[in-house]
Design a binder for this molecule. Sequence first.
Ligand code: NAD
Length: 315
Amino acid sequence: MDDHRNTHKVGLIGTGMVGASFAYSLMQSGLANELVLIDRDTARAEGEAMDLNHGMPFVRPMRITTGTYSDLADADMIVICAGANQKPGQTRLELLKTNAAVFQDIVPKISAVNPKAIILVTTNPVDILTHITADIAGRGCCVLGSGTVLDTARLRFLLGNHYGVDPRSVHAYIVGEHGDSELALWSLANIAGVRLPDFVGVTGQAYDQAAIDRIFDQTRNAAYEIIQRKKATYYAIGLGLLSIVEAVLRDQHTVMTVSSPLNGQYGVSGMSISMPAIVGSSGVEEVLNLPLSPSELTAFQNSAQTLKDRLNELG
Ligand code: NAD
């Protein structure tokens, strides 16, 4: 990606609920000059482009069009939100077979026209599909997944509410699979540099392990709860995708729990999974080497193994 240009083109494949929510966030951010929408359902992409374009007089103008893969040749970033979403009670891993087939269709088409763009994967199961994308594209460095960026945001929101502070002042991470085997890095979680067991908030309440356990359960089960009520989750992930795109396009070196192919870090290789990583213009610049507790390290490795087993089952 040319860092010195101040124009940015983004491609979006999959203009369903998640893709459209990302597009709506992007057009309000002023980050990109151009957005190309692609969907197998061309009418859906066209409808979204019309609806978004009619809001242009209210934001900093940019170009939003529908297109084909050849229109992505000069895109700086390509965001993939195409594929089936979870039905009530369905796990993300149960989507693998269907969505792996979608990626076998999409990724070669991207690679054929643009071997340089940073590819951001959102479709679930996001970790395995990030890995499949890096494999098909033949370039691990430029492929990242939204991973547990959303789960980390959910955890920070809930902890912020619990302690009565802005979620942006909560430093806590969800890592591992974006799914049922994810874990919180409690040994590193802090507010204002103070570990949670020692933190006394404005309300003066003592550390409450039961409340913290409840917050983790609410974080891990959030998608099930939302899907039960409104069929899909999309606003928060739309904003999460925007924050990743911003980190890349502005070369911010932001620490985020994105998913990327690991090569031995934390004893894991051969799978993409989330750990706090530095995100900049080349995608994931470095996966941080954090001092996990022994039980966190084991849980992380087990989470990676769960994903590897599923990938192997796919054959
Ligand atoms: P949706 O059904 O609303 O939209 C999916 C879109 O993909 C549809 O418009 C469909 O036509 C399109 N599509 C399917 N196959 C295609 C192909 N081969 N080429 C181009 N377009 C294709 O679904 P959604 O609610 O927007 O969810 C999209 C994905 O995002 C799901 O897999 C969902 O599980 C995932 N998701 C991920 C996160 C995350 O944190 N990573 C959060 C929420 C949802």
